[in-house]
Structures are given as structure tokens and as C-alpha cells.
Design a protein. Structure first.
Lengths: 726, 325
């Protein structure tokens, strides 16, 4: 049996080092071509007619005027008379025309009669939601929560939550599709599942799966919203066929992107927590609700991370799923975790404040509740506190951290989080050519996680050759299938598969050169561009010479990682974040000073791209904490801010200073690469909300922490009522 | 975008001759940063665009002892790059600096800033300037009005005037020079903005065939000016409230004051009350605060924008303190 184990730390040349993203120069120079940049000869443009109402039945559609417009090639009805549209933005028809403007003009020429029905588009005010739209799930209880609360020395009650936000991919959803002949389709999509969605398209088109040729070199953001071929993908293929197979480009407009192409569910909760004087948590109670659109939203696992088996015996949780006339939710970078972290870590911070305890002390006191990662969190809390200089900078709630003035209050807040991750199923072909060059092909995608770089690192590390000698090919469904990128599973999967493939290919090469060196293949190793005898490293053969022994036949080996295999990759990580903010108490504006992240992801493959992954999550975190919100209008049922003007994102000057520390070494490396896409996204909401509460002495209940809410919370505080009741 | 005819004017006379007698038939195209977005969204759909960017008389910045002239085609970036404006008219310079997008500043013109259309999300979604649904029901009062007006909102218009430049010009008692087929006239900056009663009217006092040609600002020698914007983000973001002030001091005492607020009402608000509260007093935290309070004494919150009253008050206070510096 070949030995696939990851090399020991002292032997690693690339793994875990700070290596620049190999496709970075292409991206920053604009040479990288995204699906949106695909402009095939003879290109036609598709546009979708979206429902203008949140709940309506189509009575009739008249497309005749649109069809007659010059430049219009196809008008296709997607949902015809009798269809019920359950959210504004739902797809009704597709128009294909010679240019975008003509297609859009033609959409307006389609005449539709609707029967309108009442809609519900907001859920924070649960009392205002009609009973028919509410589905309470069963209450869960353990122990004797009521008794525990009576016996608790201190209790805190609070309200926490966040509105729906969207994925807001900078490259909108869509694709360009053409029929290369009557039965074969070429698609350039923006997708998280290069090896997946082509099969779905083939099925929808009733053609053999192999007839779909899918190519995607780069993707401009997915965050969990680009796993499916989607109705617009299938319709794009159909209208291309109707247009004699000509290439049709159909990407969503920004307003549709923000309205229908993915959203993160809302979650709100009223929470009560109880503790002993010494900080030991004794009881939890929560009443939560939220929506993910028409289908509502499944019950969340509240409280977050707290392992009740190992400590707190008393809890009661209730949940109500709310159905709204809004487009269905999609997995948003760590589904449910950011919301759960906000609710749980917010409530715990309020309890610590009520106890007049330092929240880090409080978490340490209860660290065993965070089994099985108590040790990891404990180390990470130390590191985060050190980075933030917590001892010097933290002050009890409302006292204002050093640097506070009469009008600007500074505060610090902490949060912890977890995520599963771990390698998903992945395949690759590793080829060693007789001239010494090496390549790897895999039907995976680089969502920004560094897929290309990691594959390059693993192959070069394993074969002991410079990274430049390795070529990485991804982004085609004609390459060995790899899973979709989601749930922090890509690096775990592709690194394991490529390690196996590289080791196996190398072993075949060893077999070829062993006779020359007069040893057995298993006595050889590859390092520094040579193949050498382990026991006597001076006895070696240069890589190129070794490969020349292959004659005319390259070695190609399939590397395979099966989902669930835990030899090279495992699951489960922990992280701690500390936010340092300033709040202008006259305007309610929150500014980030510093933001610290300490993160575990098992074995780090590339320190630099790992850190950038965390930076990206922190930027997203600042953005959803302070600015982002999909604003739904009760009267029209439409999204009011489907644009980058009022759907607010942070700019470079808004995010403050970041510091990231990746946990490595013993306790981390031996778990193999786990995954990093989701975890650092989970804590920012809680850490920033806690920091604001620490600064101004009162909880601002919901994200985003906008001036109106901050000022309202301050006004409440003056009036005497505070979120944390003691 | 609806198809349109594109006319390129090279003189003011040509431009005004190409404009129609009713609103909506033709639109003036300056930098296009607002107009093109409106057209792409079918919010305005002119039959003709009249490009004025090739009219030389509309360009250029001149500063003399008597004051400052900005051609209507002067871009925000030109103002930002002008050290003399920064020195002598800080209120103007600061207002322009608040537009933190180089792209918008490079294309957007001062004339266009005054004539840009409101950002009310109901207006931009096609419900008209007075934001009414198919049945004529007003959408703002019961809708999401977090960014809407807190002053001058008694009538049907509830949007806020989007110009950050306007309050600065009002505080400096500027004049807007406009030209039409019969020649030109000057309009005081505080008279330039009007509140329309229907979709067929505009938010400014131009006739459909008039254009803005110049902005004329009297000398600010001896005047202390400042603009303070309450903006949530550093990246391009609409102010939630702004105030521009121009103060003449006699020693420490305020001899005269002109205080204007932006982004809080359908028109920029020239606040006599705030000015009165300040005149005759020394500028202190307290007097500045009192002037802020006076500026919003008549404010009336809609269902969810009460916070803007506080922000407008703070903007006035901070602008005064900044000007008195
Ligand atoms: C996201 C965003 C944020 C912004 N933030 C701010 C801000 O904070 N503060 C602020 O003040 N502005 C802000 N702006 C607006 C920007 O300043 C204006 O779009 C710009 O100044 C308009 O100038 P323009 O030359 O591009 O006008 P255009 O788009 O060409 O024209 C705008 C309107 O004015 C009319 N018009 C233009 N010139 C004349 C003229 N000479 N005579 C008569 N009519 C004319 C046009 O017909 C059109 O109706 C923002 C814009 C965007 C997109």
C-alpha cells in the first residue's frame, strides 16, 4: 500500500508556506476571462421577464408585439396562463434579441393580465404575519428550565436577529449556451459545480450527459448560490436551440440578482439565559422565527455550539417557520451559522455583562460546554486576546474602551464559532510527461478558495519539483469529476485526491528509475528536482532525466478521494474573533477600528490564500453586520434596494484593520486540511454586535447595525429599559 | 432603454432650440451619471437626448475678487482638484469631497448635480415622483421611508433632494444662471428648487427648454463656511443628512449666518430658524446645538425616519463648529 500521508512539517517545501495565488496576476490584470466575459461569434442576448408582483396568477399573456419587434429572435413563455407566481422576480418569459437593449425593450412589449392576491414579504414582526404563513415546530425541552431560571443567580433576556441578506455575487448568475450541432451543447456558466450542472442540463434537455460540454475558467463569486443549473440555465439552452443553436448569453441583471438569485434566511430570537454567580451557565430558553422564502425555513439548532450533554441540563427552545412571498433562500456561506452565532454569542455576552464578568472569562468558565473543541477554543481565545491586547483595551460594558470621547465610544466584542467541512468526493488525473513536465486535470472550480494554487502546491510538493513545472487544468466537465464547491469541502477533497494521484504517479516513475539507481522503488524519494535514494541522498537522478526513462509513454494516474474518507482530511474546526469598534453616539454610526480572527482549518495548505480566505470572510462579515439588508416593501411586495446603491456593501475604507492568525502545528496539522470557506464568516455578526453593546452599554438587537437602530437602542437605554434584564 | 434621437449641440442657442416645450420629450445630457441610469430603468424615456458637453461656454472655473463662477459642465473632480476653492469655499469643496467615487466625480457635473432626479426607491422603481401605486395610493407614508423627508413632507412629495452641492450654494447665496430661447436669467439658489405637484413637473425652476449655464457664487472673503455630511459609509454613499453653513463673525459673535440642510426634504432647506438661533451669539457647543435644534423644530418624522431628525440636528451643529473651527 502506498503511503499517502502528508509530509512532516520539516519536510514541507510548499505546504503551509506563504504562496501567492498562481492565478492572481491573471485576475488583477483583467486577463482572466469569466463566464460573463464569454462573447462567442454571432452572440445573441437573452433577457428574462420577471414577475412584478409577489403573489399573482397569470390570466393571459400576449407576446405578439414583442415578437414583431425588429431584432427580436425568440420569445419564449416560461410560465404561462394559470401559473401562480409566488414572489416578485419569478421568471415568466425569455426574450432573445440581437442586443441587450432590444431584448429589454421587447420584454416591456409583452402584455400580461394578472389576478393579484395578498402577499406577505416581511417576518420580523411575527404578530403581523397571518397565521396561515406561520408553522410552529415542536417545542424542545430538556431538564427543568423554569426551575433552573428561578434558581439562577443571574438571568439575562434579550432579542437578537438579522434580516435577509443576499449573496450579491459580483458576477451575476447566468451563462452563454450554444448548440454545436443538433444534439450537442456548449455552455459557459458561472457555477460552483463544474462537474455537476452539465448533467442536470442534459437531463432537462433530454440529451446524453456526455453531450454537454461545460467550460468555466473563473467565477466571480458564488457563496453557495450557484450550485444548480437553474431555470434560467435550462431556458437559455432552449432559446438557443430555438435561435438555430446560436450562442445566447443570459446573465441576470443586477436587480434580479439581488431579488431571486439567492438569499440568506432571516432569523430572530427572544432569548433568556441563566447562570450561577460564578458564571456557570445553567439554563437556556429561546423562541425563534425566520423565513427563507415561500418554503419557510427549517428549525435552527439553538443554542449554537453549546453541548448540553456535557453541562447545561436545562433548556427550552421554540421555533416558528414563516413563509413569505419572496424568492427561495439558498445556502449562504455557512448556512445558519452566522445567525446562530449572533443569537447565542449575543445572549452569552449579555449574560456576562449582567454578571459583570469579562466575556472571555465567562467563555473560559464554560469552555467545557464547547466540547469537543474546548481545547482548541481555549488556545484560540488566548491568541485572540493577545492580538487584540484585550487586557489593556477591554472595559466593562458601557464604560467605553480607551480612546472613547464624549461622543465616540469604543468597545470590544468577542465571538466563537465552528463548522464541519472536510474533503468532498474528488477525482483528478495526474500526468508525468517524458520531458519532465507534469499536469493535473480535475473537473473542479476555483471559487476564490485557491483551488488552482492548492493543486499546484500538492503536486509540486509530492514530486519534489518546482511549482512552475506543474500545469493545472480545471473548469471542464470533461476532466475527472469533482464535487461542487460548498460547505468548505473543496481544498480537503482536491488536496487529498491530488496527493493520492501524485503519490501513485510518482511511484510508477520510481519503478522506472529504480533499476538505474540499483535500488528498489520503495527506497526512493523525490525532492529538490531529483529522485534520490533515501538512505544515500547523494545517489540521485535529476527529475528530467528520470522522466526521460518513460520513453514515449506518459504516466497518467487517477487520484481519487471518496467523500467521508478521513485518512487525509477530517471535519470540524473552531475559530475566535474579536471586533474593536467605535460608535458615534450622536449619529449612531459604527466604524470598525480593528478586527482580529484566529482560525483553525486543520492542515493549512497555503498560508497566504488561507489568510485571504479569512480576510474575505471578515469583509463580508463587516458588511452584513453594518450595512447589508434586503429591504422588502409591504405594499408592492418588491425588493426596494435591488441595486448596489442602497444594498450597501463595505468599501475598503469601511472595514478597519484586520489581523488574521491561522492555528497550526500540533493539534491542527495532523487533522489534515479541513476547510475554511465558511467558518470565519460565522462570528463577525456576533463579535461586532457585542463590541457595539460593549461600547454604548446597550444591545442593538438586530443586524445590520444601522444608525436608526443604534440611536433607538441608545434612546431606550436612556428611558431605563435595557436589553439585558438582571 | 427606449430608442432615442441623439443631438449634439455646440452652442447654448442650439441646445435650447433642440429642447421641447413639455417635460420628458427631450433631456439634457451632461455627464450622464444619473440620466443614463434613469433611462436604462425606463424611469425617463426621452425621444431626444441633447448632448451639451461640446458647448465650450459651459465649461471652466473662474475666481475673481467678486466671486467664483462654475460653468455647469465643471466636473466634481475639477472642483476637488482646485486648491483655491478648497481654501476660499470650503463648504463647496467639502460637499464635493463627500461624493467618494472617482468615477462619478470624473463624469458628474455641477449642473447635473443640481438637476439630478431624486433617489427615492419608489420613484426609481417606476412609481412616479410622488410614489403612487396603480390605484393612486401613496406608497411612502406606510412604506419603507427610512431615507425619506423629515421636513417639508406635508404634501405628496416625500422624497429628499439628492444634491449635496445645493445646500453649500444656498448657504453662500449663489445664483444659478440659466438660458432659454429668449435669453438668460439668474435664479437665487434657494429659489431654484421647487416641489412638484404632479409627474409632469420637475423639482427645479427650469422651463423644459432651459438649461443651467453657470453657477455664480459671491465672494466669501471674511465668511467662514463648512459642510458636514452624516454618511454611514466612507465608500460612495448617500448622506443621511447634510448641513452647509456660512458665518460672518464679529470677534467671537456671529454677525450673520446662512444655514442650509440637504437630504432631509424635497428641496434643500434654507433654515432661517437655525440662523436666527445663532446670530448675536458666540459659537459654542451649546449655541451650535441650539441652532441644530432650531433647524429641526418643525421636523415631522414619517413612520420610520425619526432618526433623521437627530442626524439633521447633529449635521447643523457639527457644520457650525467646523466652520467656526
Ligand atoms: C451611487 C451614487 C451616489 C451619489 N452620491 C451623491 C452624493 O452624495 N451627493 C451628490 O450631490 N450627488 C451624488 N451623486 C450624484 C452625482 O453627483 C450626479 O449623478 C451627478 O452630479 C450628475 O451629473 P451629470 O453631469 O452626470 O448629470 P446627468 O446624468 O447628465 O444629468 C442629470 C439630470 O440633470 C439634467 N441636466 C444635466 N445638466 C444640465 C444642465 N446643465 N441644465 C439642465 N439640466 C441638466 C439632465 O437632463 C438629467 O435630468 C451620486 C450618484 C450615484 C450614482
Amino acid at each position: 500500500m502506498a503511503d499517502y500521508k502528508w509530509p512532516e512539517a520539516e519536510k514541507r517545501k510548499y505546504i503551509g508556506k506563504r504562496i501567492s495565488r498562481v492565478d492572481g496576476p491573471l485576475k488583477v490584470s483583467g486577463k482572466a476571462k469569466y463566464a460573463y466575459d464569454t462573447n462567442r461569434p454571432g452572440l445573441l442576448h437573452g433577457k428574462i421577464l420577471h414577475a412584478p408582483f409577489a403573489n399573482a396568477k397569470i390570466l393571459s399573456i400576449d407576446t405578439s408585439a414583442a415578437e414583431k419587434m425588429p431584432g427580436v429572435r425568440v420569445v419564449k413563455i416560461v410560465q404561462g396562463p394559470g401559473s401562480v407566481l409566488q414572489w416578485a422576480g419569478d421568471e415568466i418569459a425569455v426574450v432573445v434579441a440581437v442586443d441587450e437593449a432590444t431584448a429589454k425593450d421587447a420584454l416591456r412589449a409583452i402584455k400580461i393580465e394578472y389576478e393579484r392576491m395578498p402577499h406577505v414579504v416581511n417576518d420580523e414582526d411575527l404578530a403581523a404575519v397571518p397565521t396561515d404563513n406561520k408553522r410552529p415546530t415542536a417545542e424542545r425541552t430538556q431538564g427543568e428550565p423554569d426551575k433552573a431560571f428561578t434558581e439562577a443567580d443571574v438571568t439575562a433576556e434579550g432579542y437578537y436577529g438579522n434580516a435577509i441578506i443576499t449573496h450579491c455575487c459580483l458576477e451575476s448568475h447566468g451563462q452563454t449556451i450554444e448548440w454545436t450541432d443538433a444534439n450537442n451543447v456548449l455552455i459557459h456558466p458561472s457555477t460552483q459545480g463544474v462537474s455537476v450542472i452539465g448533467n442536470d442540463l442534459a437531463k432537462a434537455l433530454e440529451i446524453p450527459a456526455g453531450n454537454v460540454n461545460l467550460k468555466m475558467d473563473f467565477i466571480g463569486g458564488g457563496f453557495g448560490s450557484k450550485f444548480a443549473i437553474d431555470r434560467w440555465g435550462v431556458e437559455c439552452a432552449k432559446v438557443s436551440k430555438m435561435a438555430e443553436g446560436k450562442p445566447v448569453k443570459l446573465h441576470l441583471e443586477r436587480d434580479a440578482e439581488l431579488t431571486i438569485a439567492g438569499s440568506r434566511p432571516s432569523m430572530y430570537a427572544k432569548v433568556k439565559v441563566g447562570a450561577k454567580k460564578d458564571g456557570t451557565l445553567t439554563a437556556w430558553q429561546s423562541e425563534a422565527w425566520g423565513t427563507g422564502g415561500v418554503a419557510g425555513m427549517g428549525a435552527p439548532a439553538l443554542p449554537y455550539m453549546l453541548n448540553f450533554q456535557s453541562g447545561v441540563p436545562n433548556y427550552r427552545t421554540k421555533y416558528t417557520s414563516v413563509s413569505t412571498n419572496t424568492a427561495p433562500q439558498r445556502a449562504w456561506r455557512a448556512p445558519s451559522h452566522p445567525q446562530l452565532a449572533l443569537i447565542t454569542m449575543g445572549a452569552l455576552e449579555d449574560l456576562a455583562a449582567a454578571l459583570k464578568m469579562d466575556p472571555i472569562e465567562f467563555l473560559r468558565k464554560n469552555i467545557n460546554l464547547f466540547a469537543p473543541r474546548a481545547e482548541i477554543y481555549s488556545q484560540e481565545l488566548d491568541k485572540a486576546a493577545e492580538l487584540a491586547n484585550w487586557k489593556a483595551n477591554w472595559r466593562p460594558r458601557g464604560e467605553g474602551a480607551p480612546g472613547s470621547t464624549k461622543t465616540v465610544k469604543r468597545g470590544l466584542g468577542v465571538s466563537m464559532h465552528t463548522w464541519g467541512g472536510g474533503g468532498n468526493a474528488s477525482n483528478c488525473d495526474v500526468t508525468i510527461y517524458p520531458d519532465g513536465s507534469v499536469d493535473i486535470k480535475s473537473g473542479t472550480q476555483d471559487l476564490g478558495v485557491g483551488t488552482i494554487t492548492v493543486l499546484n502546491i500538492v503536486v509540486a510538493e509530492t514530486m519534489g519539483i518546482p511549482m512552475e513545472w506543474v500545469k493545472v487544468f480545471i473548469g471542464s466537465n470533461r476532466y475527472p469529476a469533482s464535487s461542487a464547491s460548498g460547505g468548505s469541502t473543496t481544498v480537503g477533497g482536491i488536496s487529498s485526491a491530488s496527493r493520492r494521484g501524485s503519490v501513485d504517479a510518482l511511484n510508477q516513475l520510481f519503478a522506472k528509475v529504480a533499476p538505474t539507481l540499483g535500488v528498489k522503488p520503495e527506497e526512493l524519494e523525490a525532492a529538490d528536482g531529483k529522485i534520490r535514494v533515501i538512505a544515500n541522498p547523494s545517489k540521485s537522478i535529476a527529475w528530467k532525466e528520470a522522466c526521460a526513462k518513460l520513453g514515449s509513454q506518459p504516466i497518467t494516474v487517477r487520484g481519487e478521494h471518496k467523500a467521508g474518507n478521513r485518512e487525509l482530511s477530517s471535519s470540524g474546526v473552531g475559530g475566535v474573533q474579536i471586533a474593536d469598534v467605535s460608535v458615534d453616539i450622536e449619529t449612531g454610526i459604527v466604524k470598525m477600528n480593528n478586527f482580529y480572527a484566529v482560525q483553525d482549518c486543520g492542515l493549512v495548505m497555503d498560508l497566504k490564500t488561507a489568510e485571504s480566505q479569512v480576510f474575505g470572510a471578515m469583509i463580508m462579515g463587516v458588511t452584513y453586520s453594518l450595512y447589508e439588508e434586503r429591504i422588502m416593501d409591504n405594499a408592492t411586495g418588491r425588493v426596494l434596494n435591488p441595486n448596489m446603491e442602497f444594498y450597501k456593501l463595505a468599501g475598503a475604507m469601511d472595514i478597519g484593520n484586520f489581523k488574521v492568525h491561522m492555528m497550526t502545528g500540533k493539534g491542527y496539522d495532523e487533522r489534515g486540511p479541513v476547510g475554511l470557506g465558511e467558518p470565519p464568516t460565522n462570528s463577525p455578526g456576533a463579535a461586532i454586535s457585542n463590541a457595539v453593546a460593549n461600547a454604548i452599554g446597550v444591545r442593538v438587537p438586530t443586524l445590520p447595525l444601522t444608525p436608526d437602530k443604534v440611536l433607538a437602542a441608545l434612546a431606550n437605554k436612556k428611558g431605563g429599559s435595557s436589553n439585558a434584564k438582571i | 432603454m427606449q430608442k432615442f434621437e441623439y443631438a449634439n449641440a455646440t452652442t447654448i442657442q442650439q441646445a435650447v432650440a433642440l429642447l421641447g416645450n413639455t417635460w420628458g420629450e427631450a433631456e439634457v445630457l451632461a455627464g450622464g451619471t444619473d440620466l443614463l441610469a434613469l433611462m436604462k430603468d425606463y424611469v425617463v424615456a426621452p425621444k431626444r437626448l441633447v448632448n451639451i458637453k461640446d458647448i465650450k461656454e459651459l465649461k471652466g472655473i473662474t475666481m475673481t475678487a467678486n466671486g467664483l463662477r462654475l460653468g455647469s459642465l465643471v466636473t466634481f473632480e475639477e472642483v476637488l482638484d482646485n486648491a483655491a476653492i478648497k481654501r476660499s469655499y470650503p463648504a463647496i469643496w467639502q460637499a464635493v469631497a463627500g461624493v467618494t467615487s472617482p468615477q462619478i466625480r470624473n463624469m458628474g457635473t455641477v449642473g447635473g448635480d443640481l438637476c439630478q432626479r431624486p433617489r427615492c426607491w419608489y420613484y426609481r422603481a417606476g412609481y412616479g415622483i410622488l410614489a403612487k401605486d396603480e390605484n393612486g395610493k401613496a406608497l411612502v407614508p406606510d412604506g419603507d421611508n427610512r431615507y425619506h423627508a423629515i421636513l417639508g413632507n406635508e404634501g405628496e412629495a416625500k422624497y429628499v433632494n439628492p444634491s449635496s452641492l445645493a445646500p453649500a450654494l444656498i448657504s453662500l447665496m449663489a445664483k444659478i444662471k440659466v438660458a432659454g430661447p429668449k435669453g438668460s436669467r439668474e435664479i437665487a439658489a434657494d429659489q431654484f428648487f421647487v416641489t412638484p405637484k404632479s409627474d409632469n413637473e420637475r423639482e427645479y425652476a427650469l422651463a423644459p427648454n432651459e438649461i443651467v449655464t453657470d453657477i455664480l457664487i459671491p465672494s466669501a472673503s471674511g465668511v467662514k463656511t463648512a459642510t458636514y455630511e452624516v454618511r454611514q459609509r466612507e465608500v460612495l454613499d448617500w448622506p443621511l443628512a447634510t448641513a452647509s453653513v456660512a458665518l460672518k463673525l464679529d470677534g467671537k459673535t456671529v454677525k450673520s449666518a446662512k444655514i442650509a440642510l440637504g437630504h432631509v426634504a424635497p428641496v434643500p432647506v434654507d433654515s432661517d430658524a437655525a440662523a436666527k438661533a445663532l446670530v448675536g451669539k458666540a459659537v459654542t457647543e451649546d449655541t451650535a446645538e441650539a441652532a441644530g435644534a432650531a433647524a429641526v423644530a418643525n421636523a415631522r418624522a414619517l413612520s420610520r425616519n425619526a432618526y433623521k431628525i437627530q442626524l439633521a440636528k447633529v449635521a447643523v451643529k457639527r457644520a457650525i463648529l467646523q466652520a467656526a473651527g
